[in-house]
Design a protein around this ligand. Structure first.
Ligand code: SAM
Length: 232
Protein backbone atom coordinates (compact mmCIF):
# COMPACT_ATOMS: atom_id res chain seq x y z
CA UNK A 1 0.00 0.00 0.00
CA UNK A 2 1.12 3.56 -0.61
CA UNK A 3 0.32 6.75 1.30
CA UNK A 4 -2.16 7.77 -1.41
CA UNK A 5 -4.21 4.58 -0.83
CA UNK A 6 -5.20 5.86 2.63
CA UNK A 7 -8.45 7.81 2.66
CA UNK A 8 -8.26 8.24 6.46
CA UNK A 9 -5.90 6.94 9.18
CA UNK A 10 -6.13 3.13 9.10
CA UNK A 11 -8.60 3.23 6.16
CA UNK A 12 -7.61 2.22 2.67
CA UNK A 13 -9.47 2.38 -0.63
CA UNK A 14 -8.14 0.03 -3.32
CA UNK A 15 -8.93 0.73 -6.95
CA UNK A 16 -7.59 -0.13 -10.39
CA UNK A 17 -5.02 -2.89 -10.94
CA UNK A 18 -4.61 -3.84 -7.29
CA UNK A 19 -8.37 -3.98 -6.81
CA UNK A 20 -8.57 -6.39 -9.75
CA UNK A 21 -5.65 -8.35 -8.24
CA UNK A 22 -7.36 -8.87 -4.86
CA UNK A 23 -10.66 -9.73 -6.54
CA UNK A 24 -9.33 -12.06 -9.23
CA UNK A 25 -6.35 -13.65 -7.45
CA UNK A 26 -7.40 -13.56 -3.80
CA UNK A 27 -11.18 -13.61 -4.45
CA UNK A 28 -11.54 -11.04 -1.67
CA UNK A 29 -14.99 -10.52 -0.16
CA UNK A 30 -16.41 -8.37 2.63
CA UNK A 31 -15.19 -9.68 6.00
CA UNK A 32 -11.98 -11.23 4.61
CA UNK A 33 -8.62 -10.29 6.13
CA UNK A 34 -5.86 -9.60 3.60
CA UNK A 35 -2.15 -9.44 4.31
CA UNK A 36 -0.99 -5.96 3.29
CA UNK A 37 2.33 -4.16 3.21
CA UNK A 38 3.30 -0.52 3.33
CA UNK A 39 6.15 0.72 1.15
CA UNK A 40 9.26 0.74 3.34
CA UNK A 41 7.13 -0.20 6.34
CA UNK A 42 5.48 -3.07 8.06
CA UNK A 43 3.24 -5.96 7.13
CA UNK A 44 -0.28 -5.89 8.49
CA UNK A 45 -3.85 -7.06 8.18
CA UNK A 46 -6.56 -5.38 6.14
CA UNK A 47 -10.16 -6.31 6.94
CA UNK A 48 -12.44 -5.76 3.94
CA UNK A 49 -15.30 -3.48 5.00
CA UNK A 50 -16.96 -2.49 1.75
CA UNK A 51 -16.82 -3.63 -1.84
CA UNK A 52 -18.76 -1.57 -4.38
CA UNK A 53 -18.37 0.49 -7.56
CA UNK A 54 -16.02 2.91 -5.77
CA UNK A 55 -13.55 0.15 -4.93
CA UNK A 56 -12.63 -1.94 -1.90
CA UNK A 57 -12.41 -0.31 1.51
CA UNK A 58 -10.29 -1.89 4.24
CA UNK A 59 -9.52 -1.21 7.89
CA UNK A 60 -5.76 -1.71 8.19
CA UNK A 61 -3.87 -2.74 11.30
CA UNK A 62 -0.11 -2.94 10.98
CA UNK A 63 1.79 -5.81 12.59
CA UNK A 64 5.06 -7.49 11.68
CA UNK A 65 8.16 -6.33 9.79
CA UNK A 66 8.76 -7.35 6.15
CA UNK A 67 11.16 -10.26 5.40
CA UNK A 68 14.87 -9.33 5.52
CA UNK A 69 16.51 -8.15 2.29
CA UNK A 70 18.90 -10.35 0.32
CA UNK A 71 22.36 -8.76 0.61
CA UNK A 72 23.03 -9.03 -3.12
CA UNK A 73 23.48 -6.10 -5.49
CA UNK A 74 22.61 -7.23 -8.97
CA UNK A 75 24.61 -5.79 -11.88
CA UNK A 76 22.71 -7.03 -14.89
CA UNK A 77 23.42 -6.45 -18.57
CA UNK A 78 20.12 -5.07 -19.85
CA UNK A 79 17.99 -7.99 -21.12
CA UNK A 80 15.14 -7.72 -23.64
CA UNK A 81 12.16 -5.93 -22.06
CA UNK A 82 9.87 -8.97 -21.66
CA UNK A 83 12.64 -10.90 -19.96
CA UNK A 84 13.60 -7.90 -17.87
CA UNK A 85 10.06 -7.69 -16.52
CA UNK A 86 10.13 -11.33 -15.40
CA UNK A 87 13.63 -10.97 -13.93
CA UNK A 88 12.60 -7.89 -11.95
CA UNK A 89 9.59 -9.72 -10.48
CA UNK A 90 11.73 -12.73 -9.54
CA UNK A 91 14.71 -10.78 -8.17
CA UNK A 92 12.39 -8.53 -6.14
CA UNK A 93 10.48 -11.48 -4.73
CA UNK A 94 13.83 -12.99 -3.71
CA UNK A 95 14.74 -9.86 -1.75
CA UNK A 96 17.17 -7.99 -4.02
CA UNK A 97 17.06 -4.28 -3.18
CA UNK A 98 19.63 -2.77 -5.56
CA UNK A 99 19.82 -3.43 -9.27
CA UNK A 100 22.11 -1.82 -11.84
CA UNK A 101 21.01 -2.34 -15.43
CA UNK A 102 24.17 -1.87 -17.42
CA UNK A 103 25.21 -1.72 -21.03
CA UNK A 104 27.44 -4.27 -22.69
CA UNK A 105 28.61 -4.83 -26.26
CA UNK A 106 26.01 -7.58 -26.77
CA UNK A 107 23.05 -5.65 -25.36
CA UNK A 108 20.83 -4.56 -28.24
CA UNK A 109 20.74 -0.77 -28.46
CA UNK A 110 16.96 -0.76 -28.95
CA UNK A 111 16.47 -2.25 -25.45
CA UNK A 112 17.52 1.11 -23.97
CA UNK A 113 14.59 2.77 -25.76
CA UNK A 114 12.02 0.49 -24.14
CA UNK A 115 9.15 2.32 -22.39
CA UNK A 116 9.58 -0.22 -19.56
CA UNK A 117 12.64 1.72 -18.43
CA UNK A 118 10.62 4.71 -17.17
CA UNK A 119 10.45 4.97 -13.38
CA UNK A 120 6.69 4.49 -13.49
CA UNK A 121 6.78 1.36 -15.68
CA UNK A 122 9.68 -0.18 -13.77
CA UNK A 123 7.67 0.08 -10.57
CA UNK A 124 5.02 -2.37 -11.89
CA UNK A 125 7.15 -5.56 -11.87
CA UNK A 126 8.85 -4.42 -8.67
CA UNK A 127 5.52 -4.08 -6.88
CA UNK A 128 4.40 -7.46 -8.26
CA UNK A 129 7.58 -9.00 -6.81
CA UNK A 130 6.96 -7.35 -3.45
CA UNK A 131 3.35 -8.53 -3.36
CA UNK A 132 4.48 -12.04 -4.22
CA UNK A 133 6.92 -12.15 -1.28
CA UNK A 134 4.86 -10.11 1.21
CA UNK A 135 7.61 -7.54 1.19
CA UNK A 136 7.24 -3.79 1.33
CA UNK A 137 10.62 -2.24 0.52
CA UNK A 138 10.90 -1.23 -3.15
CA UNK A 139 14.24 -2.07 -4.79
CA UNK A 140 16.21 0.75 -6.39
CA UNK A 141 16.88 0.26 -10.09
CA UNK A 142 19.71 2.29 -11.64
CA UNK A 143 20.18 2.56 -15.41
CA UNK A 144 23.77 2.74 -16.65
CA UNK A 145 23.77 2.89 -20.46
CA UNK A 146 27.55 3.47 -20.67
CA UNK A 147 29.68 0.44 -19.67
CA UNK A 148 33.10 2.03 -19.27
CA UNK A 149 32.35 5.05 -17.09
CA UNK A 150 30.18 2.83 -14.91
CA UNK A 151 32.89 0.21 -14.44
CA UNK A 152 35.63 2.80 -13.95
CA UNK A 153 33.87 5.42 -11.85
CA UNK A 154 31.13 3.69 -9.91
CA UNK A 155 31.60 -0.04 -9.74
CA UNK A 156 34.67 -0.07 -7.45
CA UNK A 157 32.68 1.72 -4.72
CA UNK A 158 29.67 -0.58 -5.24
CA UNK A 159 31.89 -3.67 -4.85
CA UNK A 160 33.87 -2.34 -1.89
CA UNK A 161 33.44 -4.59 1.14
CA UNK A 162 31.40 -7.15 -0.83
CA UNK A 163 32.23 -10.46 -2.48
CA UNK A 164 32.12 -9.56 -6.17
CA UNK A 165 31.09 -12.46 -8.42
CA UNK A 166 30.91 -12.45 -12.19
CA UNK A 167 28.62 -15.20 -13.45
CA UNK A 168 30.54 -16.44 -16.44
CA UNK A 169 30.19 -19.88 -18.04
CA UNK A 170 33.94 -19.83 -18.75
CA UNK A 171 34.78 -18.99 -15.12
CA UNK A 172 37.32 -21.18 -13.32
CA UNK A 173 35.71 -21.21 -9.89
CA UNK A 174 32.38 -22.87 -9.08
CA UNK A 175 29.74 -20.45 -7.80
CA UNK A 176 29.80 -20.59 -3.96
CA UNK A 177 26.80 -22.18 -2.27
CA UNK A 178 26.13 -19.55 0.35
CA UNK A 179 27.41 -16.00 0.46
CA UNK A 180 29.70 -15.14 3.34
CA UNK A 181 28.18 -11.62 3.48
CA UNK A 182 27.18 -8.94 1.00
CA UNK A 183 27.64 -9.87 -2.65
CA UNK A 184 27.84 -7.90 -5.88
CA UNK A 185 26.71 -10.22 -8.65
CA UNK A 186 27.29 -9.41 -12.33
CA UNK A 187 25.27 -11.26 -14.96
CA UNK A 188 25.85 -10.93 -18.68
CA UNK A 189 23.57 -10.46 -21.69
CA UNK A 190 22.08 -13.27 -23.81
CA UNK A 191 25.31 -13.44 -25.84
CA UNK A 192 27.53 -13.16 -22.73
CA UNK A 193 30.08 -10.50 -21.82
CA UNK A 194 32.82 -10.06 -24.42
CA UNK A 195 36.35 -10.87 -23.19
CA UNK A 196 37.24 -7.17 -22.77
CA UNK A 197 34.23 -6.64 -20.48
CA UNK A 198 34.90 -9.78 -18.45
CA UNK A 199 38.50 -8.59 -18.01
CA UNK A 200 37.41 -5.12 -16.91
CA UNK A 201 35.04 -6.62 -14.37
CA UNK A 202 37.74 -8.93 -13.07
CA UNK A 203 40.02 -5.88 -12.89
CA UNK A 204 37.44 -4.37 -10.52
CA UNK A 205 37.80 -7.36 -8.21
CA UNK A 206 35.16 -9.71 -9.62
CA UNK A 207 35.86 -13.44 -9.51
CA UNK A 208 34.49 -15.29 -12.54
CA UNK A 209 32.29 -18.12 -11.26
CA UNK A 210 30.51 -20.80 -13.20
CA UNK A 211 27.39 -22.87 -12.72
CA UNK A 212 28.85 -25.62 -14.86
CA UNK A 213 28.66 -26.64 -18.47
CA UNK A 214 24.99 -25.89 -19.00
CA UNK A 215 24.39 -22.40 -20.31
CA UNK A 216 21.25 -20.98 -18.74
CA UNK A 217 19.03 -18.23 -20.09
CA UNK A 218 19.53 -15.01 -18.17
CA UNK A 219 16.08 -15.30 -16.60
CA UNK A 220 17.03 -18.76 -15.27
CA UNK A 221 20.58 -17.80 -14.28
CA UNK A 222 19.33 -14.94 -12.06
CA UNK A 223 17.19 -17.02 -9.65
CA UNK A 224 19.62 -19.95 -9.68
CA UNK A 225 22.50 -17.66 -8.69
CA UNK A 226 20.45 -15.71 -6.15
CA UNK A 227 19.19 -18.86 -4.47
CA UNK A 228 22.74 -20.16 -4.14
CA UNK A 229 23.84 -16.92 -2.53
CA UNK A 230 20.86 -16.57 -0.18
CA UNK A 231 21.81 -17.07 3.49
CA UNK A 232 20.10 -20.17 4.84
N1 SAM B 1 27.46 -17.84 -24.71
C1 SAM B 1 27.34 -16.95 -23.59
C2 SAM B 1 28.59 -17.03 -22.70
O1 SAM B 1 29.30 -18.01 -22.81
O2 SAM B 1 28.83 -16.13 -21.90
C3 SAM B 1 26.09 -17.34 -22.81
C4 SAM B 1 25.47 -16.24 -22.08
S1 SAM B 1 24.19 -16.75 -20.96
C5 SAM B 1 22.84 -17.04 -22.04
C6 SAM B 1 23.77 -15.22 -20.22
C7 SAM B 1 24.41 -14.97 -18.89
O3 SAM B 1 23.85 -15.84 -17.91
C8 SAM B 1 25.88 -15.18 -18.81
O4 SAM B 1 26.62 -14.05 -19.25
C9 SAM B 1 26.11 -15.47 -17.34
O5 SAM B 1 26.17 -14.27 -16.59
C10 SAM B 1 24.85 -16.24 -16.96
N2 SAM B 1 25.04 -17.70 -17.11
C11 SAM B 1 24.29 -18.54 -17.86
N3 SAM B 1 24.74 -19.81 -17.72
C12 SAM B 1 25.78 -19.77 -16.86
C13 SAM B 1 26.66 -20.74 -16.31
N4 SAM B 1 26.58 -22.02 -16.64
N5 SAM B 1 27.62 -20.31 -15.45
C14 SAM B 1 27.74 -19.03 -15.10
N6 SAM B 1 26.93 -18.05 -15.60
C15 SAM B 1 25.97 -18.42 -16.45
Amino acid sequence: LFAEDFVAPGRVLLQGRRLRHVLEVHRAAVGDVLVVGLEGGMIGNGRVLLLDGAGLEMAVELGTNPPPPLPVTLVLALPRPKMLKRILITATSMGVKTIYLINSFRVEKSFWKSPLLSTEKLAEPLVLGLEQARDTVLPRVHLRPLFRPFVEDELPAICAGTTALLAHPAGNAPCPRVSPGAVTLAIGPEGGFIPYEAERLQGCGFTAVTLGERILRVEAAVPVLLSRLAPL
